[in-house]
Every structure is written in structure tokens, then in C-alpha cells.
Design a protein around this ligand. Structure first.
Ligand code: GDP
Length: 445
């Protein structure tokens, strides 16, 4: 996903701390330089990068730290916290209440993914049992109403719009009034994202806002717009009260740091991220798991919660072992089997720490097939092999031949499996060994 490169560079810089013989000001400066360069290369605004550097230097005052304290841990935690601060304005987003109308007004530039996001957002709440509906107040773009209608119909969500009424504020008001009196709880209003002049767009936004008096104005921002994000976010924020942000196209290959800057510019929290063009490609956003995932530590919390949600009790034990830093081939088998049950596979993969992105490229089906082949190979392993750390295959290469013959796979595939397992095991070991730090990072202390 987007920001992977940034994460890799930052964790690379932090890993340099582990190999440094002493941690002094020069080491800290070198690490900070690498981190700041990575952030700038990802389009994070230069002011924010400078502030981050200063904050970390303030928190990690090496001269004042007593001897014996774990400086590496303090630096890593400061870096983690400061990166979290970039995407966390420390403001709680609006939370809808049951049994009353909660009006969400969506704003953003055309092409940002507003209409798609309105559909996904409606689908999200509808699935959770809220009485949800959609209103199209975009009279500027031909086809906007049809697009919204299509999404709404597919998800069986009531909608309102007009082919003839030209006044968007009027349509928005009519739709909201109608759905309010019908007892709807989540009323989502999609607005136009383009006008001949920017001033007119903002004027229209204000008119709609005044007409419907929304509980929350959601700013939809394209994560791929780079440096432009800062200015764009400021412009929207100065026109209307942006309450929260949905960042779209996080599945793309853009650098994404610009979007982070945009978030900082509005001072509003991100509530969801869009990760694809389909209805289910919307993920709830939480700062610490997001940063943890970006830094290649995986979203263990997310994974464990998803597993618990599905009441796959057999995996609760595994979660405990993971926390202790142990990871056998059998654990990998159980993990893969849980992932296949959880689906969509590309989503769950992102939560796994140490998942090799290059090894698992391709369509949903291709990735699923690959995982299934891994499991077929493990089905041909002995108990001893499954309960071990995989080294037995290096010591006795004949076992590789036996397993691949038995499972109808190629020895290279088994090598790949063992490489992937080694990566998992290494990360899990690190996490187990660093339990205090991991907990701190996950916000549990
Ligand atoms: P609007 O003009 O802001 O209403 O934008 P649309 O909802 O029409 O979306 C513009 C394009 O972006 C469409 O092709 C969408 O399928 C695509 N899109 C929206 N959200 C996402 C996302 O999260 N990921 C990807 N890859 N594409 C998206």
C-alpha cells in the first residue's frame, strides 16, 4: 500500500540504531537526518518535518538521560509518537447517535473519490444496522446523480436527487427533510466538487451547509495529490468547518506524505481510508495501528481483533504465542488458514507483520492460490517439521524434496515458504522481545 516505502526507510533508519556501537548526538542526528529525508521525499510538508525533528531532539535529550537507560528504546518511541502526531490532531471525530438523524455532508474536489466514498460510507453504516440513505446535491456534473443512484441501488440504500432542479441547496434540503421525517439515522449528502471558479464552488458549499445544518462535514482527500494537499486542505477548511477527513486511493502507488500534510493543515482527524474502487474498500482509521503497519510492524491489534470478531477461538492461543515471540511453521499454517477465512485476502495481508509484498503480488485469486499452495506444502510436513523453526530443512535438504514431491509443488516454492516463515518469525521474535515497546506503541501504556 501507499507509504510502504516511507515506512521501510524510517524503520531502516531506526534499525541503524541497533547496529550503532554507541548512541551519541552524532548517531541521533544521523538517524533523524535519514528519517527527515524520507518524509520530505514522500512529500510531507517541510514545516512539519522540521517540527518533528525539533520535537524528537527535545524529547531525547541525550545529555540529560541517565546512564543505563535504553536510549534506543527512547528514540524509537519518540520517533513513533511524533509520526503518529503527524496524522493525529488530537481531536475526536463526531460519532453518530442512534435513534436520531445524523447528517454528514461530503465535500472535496472532483475526482477525489467523493461519490464513491459516499456509497462506501453508506454501505458501512447500513451493514452495521443503521437506517442509512444518500442525497445527491451535485447538480453541476452530469451523471453525478446516476453514479450515486447506481451505488445506492446496488447496496439497497434509499437515495434522493433530481434531474431537473438546478439549485443544489434546495435539493439537499428536500432530501434531508424527507429522510429526517422518515426516521433515517445516517443521512449522507454528496456535493459538487467542481465549478467554473473555485470561489463559486465554496459559495455553493456554504449555501448547502446553511440549508441543511450538517452534524459533520467530511472532507474527501485524494492521497495521491502530493504537495498540493496542504493548500487544498487549507482552502476547504477556511470555507467550511471540516470535521473529519476520508483519505482515498491509499491503495495507489503515490507517496502519500502530502496527504499527511493535508491532515495536519486541517487539524481534523482521519476517520476512514479508501483502499480501492469497490464498495467494501473502506477501512476505519486508527492512528497507532496505521503507523505501526506503515513501519512494517504489522497491525497486530487489528489482526487479533478481526480474529476475535470472527470468534475463531483456536487463534486466541496463537495470539498469546505471538506476544511471547514464538512462531513455528504450524503457527504460520494457522495464520494462513485464518487469513483465508477472513478475506478479502489483500486487506488481511496488510495486517500481517513481515509479509513479503514482492512474494504476494497479483490478484486476489492469485494471492489466495499462493497461500493455499503454502498450506498444501505444510500438509505434507511431519509433526516435527511443523513444530520447529524451519531450520531442519537446511540441515537435511532431503526433506525439501520429500515435501515438494508429496505436495506436488516445486522445491523453489518450499524455499519461498521457508523464507517467508523466517521473516515472520524474526519479526514476531523482535516483537516478543520488545513487548514493552510494542505495547507502548500500540497505545497500551
Ligand atoms: P468524485 O468526483 O470526487 O465524486 O470522485 P468519484 O467518486 O467519481 O471517483 C473518481 C475516481 O476515483 C473513480 O474512478 C473511482 O473509482 C476512483 N476511486 C475512488 N476512491 C478510490 C480509492 O479509494 N481507491 C482507488 N483506487 N480508486 C478510487
Amino acid at each position: 500500500m501507499v507509504l510502504n516505502d516511507l515506512g521501510r526507510k524510517i524503520s531502516g533508519a531506526l534499525n541503524n540504531l541497533t547496529s550503532a556501537p554507541v548512541i551519541d548526538t552524532a548517531t541521533l542526528d544521523a538517524v533523524l537526518k535519514d528519517i527527515c529525508r524520507a518524509l520530505l521525499e514522500s512529500d510531507v510538508n517541510v514545516r512539519l518535518v522540521q517540527a518533528l525533528r525539533q520535537n524528537i531532539k527535545k524529547i531525547v535529550n541525550l545529555e540529560e538521560l541517565a546512564g543505563g537507560v535504553n536510549k534506543r528504546k527512547i528514540i524509537s518511541k519518540a520517533v513513533f509518537d511524533e509520526i503518529c502526531r503527524l496524522v493525529d490532531p488530537g481531536v475526536e471525530p463526531f460519532t453518530p447517535k442512534r435513534g436520531r438523524a445524523n447528517i454528514f455532508m461530503f465535500v472535496g474536489l472532483q475526482g477525489a473519490g467523493k461519490t464513491t466514498t459516499c456509497g462506501k460510507f453508506a454501505n458501512f453504516y447500513q451493514k452495521k444496522g443503521w437506517k442509512t440513505c444518500l442525497v445527491c446535491a451535485d447538480t453541476f456534473r452530469a451523471g453525478a446523480f446516476d453514479q450515486l443512484k447506481q451505488n445506492a441501488t446496488r447496496s439497497k440504500i434509499p437515495f434522493y436527487g433530481s434531474y431537473t432542479e438546478a439549485d443544489p441547496a434546495q435539493i439537499a434540503l428536500e432530501g434531508v427533510e424527507k429522510f429526517k421525517s422518515d426516521g433515517f439515522e445516517i443521512i449522507i449528502v454528496d456535493t459538487s466538487g467542481r465549478h467554473k471558479q473555485e470561489g463559486a464552488l465554496f459559495e455553493e458549499m456554504k449555501e448547502i451547509r446553511n440549508a441543511i445544518n450538517p452534524d459533520e462535514i467530511v472532507f474527501v482527500m485524494d492521497a495521491t495529490i502530493g504537495q498540493a494537499a496542504d493548500g487544498q486542505a487549507r482552502a476547504f477548511k477556511s470555507a467550511v468547518e471540516v470535521g473529519s477527513i476520508v483519505m482515498t486511493k491509499m491503495d495507489g502507488h503515490a507517496k502519500g506524505g502530502g496527504a499527511i500534510s493535508g491532515v495536519a493543515a486541517t487539524g481534523s482527524p482521519i476517520t476512514f481510508i479508501g483502499t480501492g474502487e469497490h464498495m467494501h474498500d473502506l477501512e476505519k482509521f486508527s492512528v497507532r495501528p496505521f503507523v505501526s503497519k506503515m513501519l512494517g510492524m504489522g497491525d497486530m491489534q487489528g489482526l487479533i481483533e478481526t480474529v476475535k470478531d470472527l470468534k475463531l477461538d483456536e487463534n486466541v492461543d496463537m495470539a498469546k504465542r505471538l506476544e511471547q515471540g514464538l512462531f513455528t511453521l504450524r503457527d504460520m499454517y494457522e495464520q494462513l488458514s485464518a487469513m483465508l477465512k477472513l478475506g478479502p485476502i489483500s486487506k488481511v495481508m496488510g495486517m500481517m507483520p513481515g509479509m513479503d509484498g514482492d512474494m504476494f503480488k497479483g490478484s486476489e485469486q492469485e494471492i489466495t492460490n499462493k497461500l493455499k499452495r503454502f498450506m498444501t506444502m505444510m500438509d505434507s510436513m511431519t509433526e516435527e517439521e511443523l513444530d520447529g523453526d524451519g531450520k531442519i530443512f537446511n540441515k537435511q535438504p532431503n526433506r525439501i524434496k520429500r515435501v515438494s514431491l508429496g505436495s506436488g509443488t516445486f522445491p523453489e516454492e518450499l524455499e519461498q515458504l521457508l523464507t517467508q516463515h523466517k521473516k515472520f518469525a524474526m519479526i514476531v521474535k523482535k516483537m516478543g522481545g520488545n513487548r514493552g515497546l510494542m505495547k507502548a506503541m500500540a497505545g497500551q501504556d
